[in-house]
Design a protein. Structure first.
Length: 76
């Protein structure tokens, strides 16, 4: 095997290896982007659902929170 043949083989192996790594990185970026979009939709849906269950401006809730804060401040 001559030096030229060895250089050709090493060049082919280098390009092949770099192609595999590049392909893996493209798949990894795509998977992370897709999972981010899916998780974002799930969290947004749960946030909207949770905020829809709360009373908008209930005086009893405001009074209870104020009383709890005052109690906490007195005990500290």
């Amino acid at each position: 095997m001559t030096i030229i043949e060895m250089l050709e083989q090493s060049g082919i192996m280098t390009i092949f290896g770099m192609g595999i790594v590049f392909s893996f990185l493209v798949v990894l970026v795509a998977a992370i982007s897709l999972s981010g979009k899916i998780i974002g939709k799930i969290v947004k849906t749960k946030t909207v659902a949770a905020s829809g269950n709360l009373p908008a401006n209930n005086a009893n809730v405001t009074a209870a929170i104020s009383a709890a804060v005052n109690e906490y401040k007195q005990n500290k």
